[in-house]
Design a protein around this ligand. Structure first.
Ligand SMILES: C[S@@+](CC[C@H](N)C(=O)[O-])C[C@H]1O[C@@H](n2cnc3c(N)ncnc32)[C@H](O)[C@@H]1O
Length: 353
């Protein structure tokens, strides 16, 4: 499919790029791409960064591929299923944590001038790294608004002490993770400008309400990335469409503008934007993942068999009502997502990133 004629001439500049529908996918380092962007031009960012930094270096990816030691570890198999490697962030030493801090600080200071005032930035994280990552974004000048809690059973924590399993059978080293935090940030509104005026002038500053008119909530019942989606996009940190469509929808308060994902991976943000009818730009540095996104985005988008509108209102409505009623929330399953089998940990909720 070619580029929608309504799409503004947002450029891949001289980086390799391809289009699909309303989307632009760029093969570049996001720092380089961002520096080329005009100031005050980006309406919203929804992204899942490499928050351990090391895990997506060529060396670590090679070690992951060959099952060697490194930051990727294979979680213990407790149900007979072979599991995919997860990044082991406890392996970061003090120097590497400082590197993470510097990376996110530099990323924020590169991004900030390019955002429109009031633009929202959604950043996926995990419970172990969020304090470090979120404080770095704040130090870089973004305004912390809140966390969005994605309720999902992860494969993190819950383990007995290593080599002490027999001696301490009733102990676990960390709680078993049941959520994934997403930091919600905003470029500060111009001094003295109320939200109403920011919406008028820049089309930013607020979040879009759900399709049923209710407010967007900060707790989202979710699921591990379904096998059907993982078959389409074999990326270790693929996020489910059922989550991404809700986040992307809320990111543009007036439903106008462009959502940017500077760490596109296999393109789950871009596919979600297509599904809800938004324009988007994804940037990916790794050539294999850039190529993968080119194939995966149309297929992930095509999972919207009943259209994004039905999907979003039905999905949100049911999940939110269950939450409001205080009843237990089953993992979200709807016509978009055939949740078959156990996630092998490719999802960021389990795998990070
Ligand atoms: C955690 S993954 C995102 C996966 C995505 N959520 C998905 O559903 O496919 C982060 C991605 O950022 C890419 N990346 C890392 N550093 C980058 C940079 N400086 N510029 C662009 N992409 C980068 C990695 O190659 C990786 O694919």
């Amino acid at each position: 499919m070619g580029m929608d004629p309504a799409t503004p001439p947002f450029s891949g500049f001289d980086f390799p790029h391809r289009t699909y529908g309303r989307s632009l996918m760029v093969h570049a380092d996001c720092f380089h791409w961002l520096r080329r962007m005009p100031d005050n031009s980006i309406d919203a960012v929804v992204t899942d960064p490499p928050y351990g930094i090391r895990e997506y270096t060529a060396r670590e990816l090679e070690q992951r591929q060959w099952g060697r030691t490194g930051i990727w570890r294979v979680p213990p198999s407790f149900d007979g299923n072979k599991r995919a490697p997860l990044p082991r962030f406890t392996a970061l030493d003090a120097g590497e944590r400082q590197t993470v801090r510097q990376f996110f600080h530099e990323w924020t200071t590169t991004l900030l001038p390019k955002l429109k005032p009031g633009a929202h930035v959604f950043v996926a994280c995990n419970a172990f790294m969020s304090q470090l990552v979120f404080s770095s974004l704040m130090d870089g000048g973004l305004e912390f608004r809140t966390q969005i809690i994605r309720l999902v059973q992860t494969l993190r924590g819950g383990d007995r002490p290593k080599l002490g399993e027999q001696d301490f059978p009733d102990v676990c080293s960390l709680p078993r993770g049941g959520y994934e935090p997403w930091g919600l940030f905003r470029k500060p509104l111009p001094k003295g400008m109320p939200l109403r005026e920011c919406l008028q002038v820049h089309g930013t500053g607020g979040l879009r309400r759900r399709m049923d008119g209710k407010p967007f909530l900060d707790v989202i019942p979710s699921e591990r990335t379904p096998r059907r989606e993982r078959h389409v996009a074999n990326h270790p940190s693929l996020k489910p469409q059922s989550l991404m469509r809700q986040l992307v929808w809320s990111a543009l308060p007036l439903g106008e503008g462009i959502v940017v994902d500077p760490f596109m991976g296999s393109g789950s943000t871009i596919a979600a934007a297509e599904a809800v009818g938004y324009r988007s730009i994804g940037i990916e540095r790794h050539s294999d993942y850039y190529t993968l996104a080119g194939k995966a985005v149309p297929q992930l988008h095509a999972l919207a068999t009943h259209g994004a509108t039905d999907t979003l209102s039905g999905h949100n409505g049911q999940a939110q009502l269950e939450l409001e009623a205080g009843t237990s929330v089953e993992p979200v399953a709807h016509h978009l997502v055939v949740a078959t089998g156990v996630d092998a940990g490719c999802d960021g909720a389990a795998a990070g990133g």
